[in-house]
Design a protein around this ligand. Structure first.
Ligand code: AMP
Ligand code: MN
Ligand code: MN
Length: 346
């Protein structure tokens, strides 16, 4: 075993809040210190936390004089193009010509979440796993999984601090993006004192909240608005008012001039209904599958519903992708939602 890395230092970071699992953080930090050439990966259809934590790691590695590549599972959505370095993600196989021995996976509940990037990972490669999904099986040679963290960016903040990397505006922008989006603009139940302590410190680097909130959360393209109009037309609520569903077909996406990523945020409208506990969005994919997004408010664990269909996520936000016709998948998932609501009554 190598020498323990000191976690406290005099580099100017305000040492509040403390990381919840210092030993796991230490293991991650040691791996990063010891190796110089890294592949960064994150989950498919990357969200603000996936993108923020991946590029924050890139900044950390660059600041330490290490080399990095980031292979994304799909294009970086336009609303995240403001994230520093975001033009440097590789979504095209031709641009990465080798395999990596050292990999950092951020915001990935399991290894299937970075299936595409496997091509660039050597057999038996060392994987460092930094995540906040409680369903994470702790894969990798070093795993820091903290389900109490609102965002993976909250954990990468601690990694950056432990490695004594300067908190530049660029690094802070990446971290702020993940925390802002995974807390739904500091509004979801995962918003904690630590979240506000960390973001307060990020602002000290010169980050302007609206410069991030406007593109990441508020802004919609006209095509996305047209899709919203269409989707709200099929929004339905159960007779008891406890769950609501909304769907998007390939035809609707084409009609609105949208891509698959343009459904982001739609599921929120199901949960906005005052009586609703569980909201679900169903999106037809091009390969005869249905991407399901699940949200809950106070007492239903939607990750359990997602897991029944080989998906995963958090208690209040989860997802899965299910093979079959849209109507069949809706029926099957609704059955599980009704069961979960019924069980919650007992
Ligand atoms: P989404 O509905 O895609 O916005 O996902 C909601 C949450 O569930 C996010 O934290 C995702 O990372 C997670 N999630 C979505 N799909 C899956 C999956 N197939 N496996 C594990 N986690 C998932
Ligand atoms: Mn994510
Ligand atoms: Mn996340």
């Amino acid at each position: 075993m190598s020498e323990q890395v000191p976690l406290l230092d005099d580099s100017g970071w305000d040492w509040e809040p403390a990381p919840r699992h210092p030993d796991a953080l230490r293991a991650v930090v040691e791996r990063i210190r010891e190796n110089d050439d890294w592949l960064i990966v994150t989950h498919e259809r990357p969200d603000g936390d996936a993108i923020g934590s991946a590029f924050a790691m890139a900044h950390v590695l660059a600041a330490l004089g290490k080399t990095w590549r980031f292979v994304a599972e799909g294009p970086i959505p336009e609303r995240f193009h403001f994230v520093p370095l975001s033009e440097k993600a590789y979504v095209d196989v031709d641009h990465v010509d080798r395999k990596f021995k050292h990999v950092i996976a951020v915001d990935c509940a399991d290894m299937a979440r970075f299936a595409y990037a496997q091509k660039f990972i050597e057999d038996g490669a060392d994987i460092v796993n930094i995540d906040h999904h409680y369903t994470n099986p702790m894969y990798g040679v070093a795993a820091w999984v903290d389900a109490e963290a609102a965002a993976t960016c909250e954990l990468v903040y601690h990694v950056a601090r432990a490695l004594q990397v300067s908190l530049t505006k660029e690094l802070a922008t990446c971290l702020y993006t993940g925390i802002l989006t995974d807390t739904g603009g500091f509004a979801q139940p995962n918003t904690t004192r630590e979240v506000h302590q960390i973001t307060a410190e990020l602002l000290a680097s010169g980050v302007q909240p609206y410069d991030i909130a406007e593109p990441a959360l508020e802004s919609r393209t006209w095509a996305q608005m047209r899709l919203l109009q269409m989707a709200l037309n099929n929004l339905t609520v159960s007779s008891d008012g406890k769950y609501a569903i909304i769907y998007v077909t390939q035809g609707m996406l084409e009609g609105a001039g949208c891509t698959d990523d343009d459904t982001e945020g739609l599921v929120g409208f199901t949960r906005s209904i005052d009586t609703v506990e569980v909201g679900a969005l169903f999106r037809e994919t091009r390969d005869h599958r249905v991407k399901v997004s699940l949200r809950s408010k106070r007492y239903v664990d939607v990750s359990k519903i997602a897991q029944a269909f080989d998906g995963g996520g958090h208690t209040r936000a989860a997802g899965c992708t299910v093979s079959g016709d849209l109507t069949d998948v809706i029926d099957a998932v609704v059955e599980q939602i009704e069961r979960a609501l019924e069980e919650a009554k007992r």
